[in-house]
Structure formats: structure tokens, C-alpha cells
Design a protein around this ligand. Structure first.
Ligand code: HT9
Ligand code: FE2
Length: 324
């Protein structure tokens, strides 16, 4: 069993009031070539819900659920909004933390879902004299705790469909789209983001047929991203005669903005228009098996660090090679 003296929860971060929204978005897209129009559109999604992303509250709820289970002091730091990782690192150093385990709220390999978090942890450590050592807990997309939570939530979403449609409803798994080039270099030998998602989706689907599609595309339009988009896929399913769909956001671990806007607002409207009965499975959130998974990960031997070559930062013409 590895010995840690603290757990560090590392997340994306989100705005908590209307004035936070633009500075948060600027942090997310700095040097990323996301068109201004796309940014203003996304700003409107956040302002439409009062300028408050659900993600910080969800992190606090996860930490509250972890507290009685992990038996360690828990710290929390974000990449893109308060509490920022560097500020948290400073507190950890002041509290005398020497060796922390990091639990990242992203389960899969890719630059955006793995390496970028590691780079941001390292950048925060570099800013803080006496910063603790940080060991990132392993990827957990195939952990029985994560899969049990998603399987139970998928079953519950199936049961929310009208009874006559439950038998032949299609399971449609979704994850954040990423640039095709980023997908190609994900993990130690490439393609890991999609392969891991497919593994997790197949385990949750069991005997049922399923599809894996993409959501929340960003970036400049001339750059290819993973397709099909979930709304286009619903259109295709409707033309095949599919009458009921359960959306399963297997790519995320809480019901944050990408889930409540892109699925519960946009995809739900598309389904209504197409005459498809649609329900959406909850993400892992604070499901007890997801919470106990973190404890189990802490009890494992120290995981090997990712090879330095995996999930490289994408080359972005005109942008600095790396932000951190
Ligand atoms: C793989 C992946 C995950 C899953 C792994 C993980 O969870 O980390 C994820 C999660 C999230 N993405 C989020 C929000 C945003 N992502 C953006 C933009 C981007 N995402 C990307 C990838 C991912 N993103 C990429 C390649 C970009 C393009 C810019 C770049 O190359 O980096 C933008 C910019 C505006 C736009 O959407 O165009 C926003 C606002 C939120 C917060 C939700 C909330 O506030 O509740 C969360 C959890
Ligand atoms: Fe994102």
C-alpha cells in the first residue's frame, strides 16, 4: 500500500458568478485558437444559467462524500478557476504535506484529459517552494467502482423511458470530442482516448448494442475533431426508425455544463424535434461505489507515472507550444 499524507482532488474548475464567466473562458482557451464567436456562444450558455457552472459545487459534494471514506486531509485545486492549483499547492506546503495522491476528475488518456492536468500540477509545484510530491492515481475508466456507478445510472435512465420503448432503446454513449490529431497521439501508443471509452461503454452496455459518439466540439472549424456529433447521430438514428435513446455521458464524472447544456438542453431539443424519446443517465457524481473507488486507488501500490512521450501537447500553429 502506498503511503500518502493528503489527497489532492484536481478538476477543471468553473465560474461561480456572472463576472467569472469571461475570465474563466479566457483561461480555458488561452493559446488554443478557439474562434471568438464560439467563445461568445459558450459564454451565453453559462450566463443562461446565472453565470454559475455546476462543476465547483459537484467537486465540493464529491469531497464531502470522500471525507469519511479516505481518512486523509483532502485538498482541491482546479486548472481554470478558483481554487487554482497553485494556491492549493501553497496551502499544502504550509500545512507540511510532503506526499500527496492526486485524483483527477477525468478518467481517460489524452492531452486534454490527462497530460494537461499533469502539466498544470507540475506548473503549480514549480511556483511553490517546498511543494509536496504529487503522485497521480491511475486512470480509472475500467475500475469496477466507476463502471458500477455508470451501469446503475444507465439502468435507471432506461427505466425512465416509457415502458413500451425500454426493450429496443438504443444506448448512446458520449464523450467530449477532441481534435483527431489529439486522439491519434492519446496514451503510450496512440488512440487510447477512443479505445478506453469504447472499453468502458462496452462494459456498461453489457449485451445491448451501443454507439459511441461525441459532443461539445470546440476549436476552429477547419481543424478536424472526432465525429459524429451527438445531435447529428440522433438525426441518423431517427431516420433508421429508432424511437428511444438513452444518452450515457461516459466521458465525464459529474453533471457539469457540458452535460446539462450540450445534452440536457441541445440534444434533448433535437430529440424532441425528431420524435425520439430521450433520457440521460447521470454521471458517476457521488455514487458510493465511485467514492469507495478512490479509497481503493489510494490503497494500491504507487502507480507508474505516464511515459513522458504519451499524450503530447498538440502543435497549434501560431500558438506557444505549451501553456504551462
Ligand atoms: C477531453 C475533454 C474533457 C473531458 C476531460 C475532463 O473533464 O477534463 C473536457 C471537459 C470539460 N470541458 C469544459 C469546458 C470547456 N471546454 C472547452 C474547450 C475544450 N475542451 C476540450 C477537451 C475536453 N474538455 C478541448 C480539446 C477544448 C478546446 C480548447 C483546448 O484545446 O483546450 C471550453 C472552451 C469553449 C468551447 O467549448 O469551445 C470550455 C468552456 C468543462 C467545464 C464544464 C463546466 O463548466 O461545468 C469540462 C469538465
Ligand atoms: Fe472541454
Amino acid at each position: 500500500m502506498a503511503q500518502y499524507d493528503a489527497l489532492l482532488v484536481v478538476s477543471f474548475g468553473g465560474p461561480e458568478k456572472p463576472e467569472d464567466v469571461m475570465p474563466f473562458l479566457e483561461n480555458v482557451v488561452r493559446g488554443r485558437g478557439v474562434p471568438r464567436e464560439r467563445l461568445l456562444e459558450v459564454e451565453a450558455h453559462y450566463q443562461g444559467v446565472g453565470g454559475v457552472s455546476p462543476i465547483n459545487r459537484q467537486c465540493r459534494e464529491l469531497i464531502a462524500a470522500l471525507e469519511p471514506v479516505v481518512g486523509l486531509p483532502i485538498y482541491w485545486g482546479n486548472r481554470n478557476w478558483h481554487p487554482f492549483l497553485a494556491d492549493t499547492m501553497r496551502r499544502m506546503a504550509a500545512d507540511g504535506v510532503r506526499r500527496a495522491a492526486a485524483f483527477v476528475t477525468a478518467a481517460y488518456s489524452s492531452y486534454s484529459s490527462c497530460r494537461q492536468y499533469l502539466d498544470d500540477i507540475a506548473a503549480a509545484q514549480a511556483q511553490v517552494p517546498g511543494a509536496p510530491r504529487v503522485v497521480r492515481l491511475r486512470h480509472y475508466y475500467d475500475h469496477p467502482g466507476f463502471l458500477a456507478a455508470m451501469t446503475e445510472h444507465t439502468q435507471a435512465a432506461l427505466e425512465r423511458l416509457p415502458e413500451a420503448h425500454r426493450g429496443d432503446a438504443r444506448l448512446v454513449f458520449t464523450a467530449h470530442s477532441i481534435p483527431v490529431s489529439m486522439a491519434a497521439t492519446a496514451g503510450p501508443s496512440g488512440g487510447a482516448y477512443e479505445a478506453q471509452l469504447r472499453t468502458a461503454a462496452a462494459r456498461v452496455a453489457g449485451e445491448r448494442p451501443f454507439d459511441l459518439v461525441w459532443q461539445s466540439r470546440s476549436g476552429p472549424p477547419q481543424v478536424p475533431w472526432l465525429e459524429p456529433d451527438v445531435c447529428d447521430h440522433l438525426t441518423a438514428l431517427a431516420s433508421e426508425g429508432v424511437k428511444a435513446v438513452v444518452l450515457v455521458p461516459i466521458g465525464f464524472v459529474s453533471d457539469h455544463m457540458e452535460v446539462v447544456y450540450d445534452l440536457d438542453t441541445e440534444a434533448a431539443a433535437a430529440a424532441r424535434e425528431l420524435g425520439i424519446h430521450l433520457t440521460r443517465a447521470a454521471t458517476a457524481g457521488t455514487h458510493p461505489r465511485f467514492v469507495s473507488m478512490v479509497r481503493e486507488l489510494l490503497d494500491e501500490p504507487e502507480p507508474a507515472a505516464c511515459p513522458a512521450t504519451c499524450c503530447p501537447a498538440p502543435r497549434r500553429p501560431g500558438a506557444p507550444a505549451s501553456r504551462s
